[in-house]
Design a protein around this ligand. Structure first.
Ligand code: ADP
Ligand code: ADP
Length: 224
């Protein structure tokens, strides 16, 4: 599902956290929002998710004006940096949570959970609790959980930010591979240029609430 952000603004008092941003994200693409801390990346992501009200502009999802759609109706999956898995639930039950909530049939949930465990390469870990997993494994489970109800868009806010450098590098490669299998339109926030270049098809460079540049990694970094 494609995303169109049209002249969007979000102010906190006199401060323009997001300042007249327009942007088009193509269906199935893997896009990085890159910029320094405080440049408005998270705010823009939350606006797309429907977690923030707007002061101006429109959000279009799959050609529909979704500006006033709530989170549920947008059908978007999220993973945040410190994504809290439920610590009293096993990995399987964490992944199943949203499907249970929506009262999907039990056999369908069981099958989908196994598919997702396989997708994130965590088949052997279904019966563990989050405290028995590494940070990287927890983020993979968080991703599996966000994919459970088959969102049309996946939003990742510094999903690997809290992890050490080696794990982060492995997860970048893993995310690219996952995306090539699942093809869900994915937007991820990062302040790490190398991460954006390595993972994204397209990079949106943000600064002080505005979009400074949009292009493929080669377009942005080969032509200074
Ligand atoms: P980034 O994700 O690029 O670090 P954010 O979108 O989190 O940037 O924040 C952009 C700016 O807006 C920051 O200066 C931040 O302090 C400010 N901001 C974000 N949310 C709020 C809020 N709820 N109230 C006031 N200021 C906010
Ligand atoms: P992130 O940028 O990773 O999303 P933050 O720690 O910047 O996380 O923000 C966490 C929450 O605090 C968000 O809901 C954001 O809107 C709010 N927030 C951020 N900056 C400010 C601020 N200056 N004043 C009030 N709330 C803020």
């Amino acid at each position: 599902m494609g995303i169109v952000v049209e002249n969007v603004a979000k102010h906190y008092g006199n401060f323009r956290a997001v300042d007249d941003v327009s942007l088009e994200i193509k269906t199935g693409s893997l896009v990085a929002l890159l910029g320094p801390s405080g440049s408005g990346k998270s705010t823009l992501l939350r606006i797309i998710a429907g977690l923030e009200t707007l002061d101006a502009g429109q959000i279009w999802l799959a050609g529909e004006n979704a500006t006033h759609y709530n989170v549920q109706k947008r059908n978007i999956g999220f993973v945040f940096q410190h994504y809290a898995l439920f610590k009293h639930l096993t990995v399987r039950d964490n992944i199943a949570f949203a499907m249970d909530l929506r009262k999907h049939p039990k056999h369908q949930i069981r099958q989908r959970v196994e598919e997702l465990l396989k997708l994130v390469q965590m088949q052997q870990f279904g019966d563990r609790y989050p405290s028995q997993l590494s940070g990287g494994q927890r983020q993979r489970i968080a991703l599996a959980r966000s994919l459970a109800v088959q969102p049309r868009i996946l939003l990742l806010d510094e999903p690997f930010g809290a992890l050490d450098a080696k794990v982060r590098k492995d997860l970048r490669v893993w995310l690219r591979n996952l995306h090539s299998e699942v093809h869900v339109t994915t937007v991820f926030v990062t302040h790490d240029q190398e991460e954006a270049m390595e993972v994204a098809d397209e990079i949106v460079v943000m600064n002080q609430g505005r979009v400074e540049q949009v292009g493929t990694p080669a377009e942005i970094y080969d032509n200074p």
